[in-house]
Design a protein. Sequence first.
Length: 102
Amino acid sequence: MNKKRTFKPLDMESLAMAAECLKAIAHPSRLQIVQLLLTGKRYSVNELAEICELTQPSASDHLRLMQRCGFLTSTREGRTVYYEILETHLYDLMTCIQKRFG
């Protein structure tokens, strides 16, 4: 039996902001980065680049874009920058993606 769900309608400005943020993770490499960070471990740019088979500049660009949308936070320790999940709702989004495509 399907339960009907109701959602509070959003105005167009809110929907436009949501669309922009969804675009920020709408890339396979960014989704892979989110998956890794959702494990609770923090990763450096170099670690993420190596695991995701990206160049360091490319990984940095992906991380910067997601951080601008408020999905990630970073901390600097010496010359190394570590990234972690800031937006906890990414877990729900990735769960939905796993159920649909996993």
